[in-house]
Write a protein of this length. Structure first.
Length: 197
C-alpha cells in the first residue's frame, strides 16, 4: 500500500501558545481533523496524530488517505517527531507536507512550496536537520513582520488580537481547503489553484 500524505502542523504545546501566530500549523490540523471527524490521539512517535480521509472525491466518496499530526514538543525540536512519523508510516520526504507560520509573507497570504530554505524558522530547521533534506512540501501561512521595534519572538508568541480573530478563522479555513486540494488533486495542481486565486 502506498504511504499516506503526512501533514504536520508546527507550533508549541500547551494552552499558553494555543492562539498565537506561531501555532497556525496546529490550528489548521485541528480544522482538518474536525472536518473529517478524526480525533488526534497520542502516537508512539511523540505526536498527536490521526489517520483520516481528506476531502471528498467524485460522487461524495471519502478523499485520499492522510495522517494529520502535531508534534507534542516545542517548535525547535519538531524534527525528531516528524522523522519518527515518517518511519512509522513507511513514508518518504516526498510524502511530507509541513504547515508553518511565515514572517516574510503578508498576513493571511498562503503559499505552497516544495523545498528551499528555512527562512530562520526553527521548526523547519529542526525538520531539515532530522531528515537530512529540505525537499519536503510546505504550506506557508503569512503572519507579517512585527510592528515597530517589537521583537519577532515576542510577536509570534503573542495571542491573536481580538479584532483579528475572525479574519484568522477564515485563513485557517482557506488553509484547510488548500490541503484538501493537495490530497485530492496532487501538489502541483493545488499549488496552481492556490496561487492563481
Amino acid at each position: 500500500m502506498a504511504a499516506p500524505l503526512l501533514i504536520v502542523g508546527l507550533g508549541n504545546p500547551g494552552p499558553r501558545y494555543a492562539n498565537t501566530r506561531h501555532n497556525v500549523g496546529h490550528l489548521v490540523i485541528a480544522e482538518l481533523a474536525k472536518r473529517c471527524g478524526a480525533r488526534l490521539t497520542r502516537h508512539k512517535s511523540g505526536a498527536l496524530a490521526a489517520e483520516a480521509r481528506l476531502g471528498t472525491g467524485p460522487g461524495g466518496v471519502p478523499g485520499p488517505r492522510a495522517v494529520l499530526a502535531i508534534p507534542n514538543s516545542f517548535m525547535n525540536v519538531s524534527g525528531r517527531t516528524t522523522s519518527a512519523l515518517l518511519t512509522f508510516y513507511g513514508a518518504s520526504v516526498e510524502d511530507l507536507l509541513v504547515i508553518h507560520d511565515d514572517l516574510d509573507l503578508a498576513p493571511h497570504t498562503l503559499r505552497l512550496k516544495r523545498g528551499g530554505g528555512e527562512g530562520g524558522h526553527n521548526g523547519l530547521k529542526s525538520i531539515s536537520q532530522a531528515l537530512s533534506s529540505r525537499e519536503y512540501a510546505r504550506l506557508r501561512i503569512g503572519i507579517g513582520r512585527p510592528p515597530g521595534r517589537q521583537d519577532p519572538a515576542d510577536y509570534v508568541l503573542r495571542d491573536f488580537p481580538g479584532a483579528e480573530r475572525s479574519e484568522w478563522a477564515v485563513t485557517i479555513q482557506e488553509s484547510a481547503d488548500a490541503l484538501e486540494d493537495v490530497a485530492r488533486e496532487g501538489f502541483a495542481a493545488a499549488q496552481m489553484r492556490l496561487h492563481s486565486a
